[in-house]
Design a protein around this ligand. Structure first.
Ligand SMILES: Cc1cc2nc3c(=O)[nH]c(=O)nc-3n(C[C@H](O)[C@H](O)[C@H](O)COP(=O)(O)OP(=O)(O)OC[C@H]3O[C@@H](n4cnc5c(N)ncnc54)[C@H](O)[C@@H]3O)c2cc1C
Length: 417
């Protein structure tokens, strides 16, 4: 057993979690002239941010604000407040001030020009250090002790830390090896904080594929394709995987699909395998006499339908439907596909659930624990990929940081009782 370290009293504010939300909160506090110390369990900060860089770092989106806010579903009103503190344009300006210019891709998504996260993170950390932010790595927060001090596990033993304001920015529970493991959920619940269970968002789904499909087509893209499920109806692409399906179109539908699998134990979506052709055209081409040609070469020559799409038809349709041109044509335009469960949260791009927003005031301070603020993915909101995750994480980090500054009396209006 290592001995406990002496208590540390931070002059003003502590931020726990060095992801984009926590770093943004630290920046807002430092801008307000407050001494801030940031703690993270990992040896370095921003690991998930760096991982996002592998996909080009989709920082935000360029669409108009009403459409942007609609991506947050029932949390759009709260997201609107956060985006007042840091709008999509303000986020681009912020990156530019760090020497990182951004551009709008063909889909309207916004990326750094070099499509990298590391230069942006490096410049950001440099500026934070210049502004006096002190970093404590390998400090795993364990909740509060009986005296109200923050408990941190360090390599030299446990260390109690006291501060007048705390921002928690602990992330969700996906990709746990990068730091965010959701271990905080019971500690906050023990304080009376209402936390919705963390669940996978922007995730793949399970399907009991045949061995043939798993072995021959895992990794094959299905594109273009239209996915319809309840209110969701969009064209895009996804990938067949050994366990089921994944990819951007599936992620976009994942909230509705997850809720249905939780509710009903399964979810049946329909696929339009030929979105460019209307149903009449497909029916006409499928019914065209095929002579001695196989079904595969018939569909390939008449409709350019082949490969993984053809494999899906064989996998999912009974022989009598494959042999009936009218029923086959209808299935090509609306192929039912039943999913049994989302993949585990650790594999997901992001988490749904978290600290319910009703338990926070407009500055993101916990009603149950005054002086403690929460930000980022640990809050109960979700959004599709497209830059909406980083935008809301960073904007809420700014709100929480400004709220903590105000609580300490250095922001606009002293909030302390
Ligand atoms: C593969 C992948 C690609 C992505 N690409 C994009 C993208 O292009 N665009 C986009 O908008 N979003 C993307 N995201 C999502 C985005 O990265 C997250 O939404 C964002 O990082 C959340 O920020 P956060 O600060 O709330 O949490 P995190 O980034 O998860 O940071 C939380 C921090 O808290 C620390 N921590 C947790 N628990 C403790 C503890 N007990 N004690 C001390 N420290 C602790 C962790 O170590 C971590 O550093 C992607 C995610 C993944 C997995």
């Amino acid at each position: 057993m290592t001995a406990a370290l002496p208590p540390l009293t931070v002059p003003a504010a502590v931020v726990i979690g060095g992801g984009p939300a926590g770093l943004m909160a630290a920046e807002a506090l430092a801008e307000a002239g407050i001494a801030v110390e940031l703690f993270d369990a990992m040896p370095s900060v921003g690991r998930k941010f760096l991982l996002a860089g592998r996909g080009g770092l989709n920082l935000t989106h360029s669409e108009a604000l009403p459409a942007f806010l609609s991506r947050y579903g029932e949390r759009a009103p709260q997201a609107a407040q956060w985006l007042e503190a840091l709008s999509p344009q303000a986020l681009r300006d912020w990156a530019a001030a760090l020497g990182i210019d951004t551009f709008v891709g063909t889909s309207g998504r916004v990326f750094p020009k070099d499509l990298k996260a590391a230069p942006l993170l490096r410049a950001w950390l440099h500026r934070l250090r210049e502004r006096g932010v002190v970093f404590h790595m390998r400090h795993r927060w364990l909740g509060w002790d009986g005296s109200g001090a923050l408990r941190f596990a360090t390599v030299q033993g446990e260390r109690p830390v006291s501060a007048r304001a705390v921002v928690l920015a602990l992330g969700g529970a996906s990709w746990q090896r990068l730091g965010s493991d959701g271990a905080w959920v019971p500690w906050l619940r023990a304080q009376g904080v209402d936390v919705a269970p963390l669940r996978p968002a922007n995730c793949g789904f399970e399907i009991a594929w045949s061995e043939h499909l798993r072995e021959r087509f895992a990794g094959a893209p299905i594109k273009p394709v239209r996915l319809h499920f309840e209110g969701f109806d969009r064209q895009g692409e996804f990938v067949l995987s050994a366990y089921g399906i994944e990819g951007s179109l599936v992620y976009a539908a994942s909230k509705a699909l997850r809720e249905a699998t939780e509710r009903d134990g399964r979810a049946t979506l329909t696929l339009d395998l030929l979105p460019a052709f209307d149903a009449a055209r497909v029916a006409r081409e499928v019914a065209h006499p095929r002579g001695s040609r196989s079904l595969a070469s018939h569909l390939k020559s008449r409709l350019n339908l082949a490969g993984a799409k053809m494999a899906l038809l064989h996998e999912l349709l009974p022989k009598e439907v494959l042999a009936d041109p009218a029923r086959l044509a209808a299935a090509i335009k609306a192929l039912p596909l039943t999913l049994t469960a989302p993949r585990p949260i650790d594999e997901a791009i992001s988490s749904a659930g978290g600290v319910r927003l009703e338990g926070l005031d407009e500055h993101l301070m916990l009603r149950q624990r005054r002086g403690v603020f929460c930000a980022g993915e640990m809050l109960d909101w979700e959004a599709p990929t497209g830059g909406y995750l980083l935008q809301a994480s960073m904007a809420s980090g700014r709100v929480a940081g400004q709220g903590a500054a105000r609580w300490l009396g250095s922001g606009p209006g002293d909030a302390r009782p």
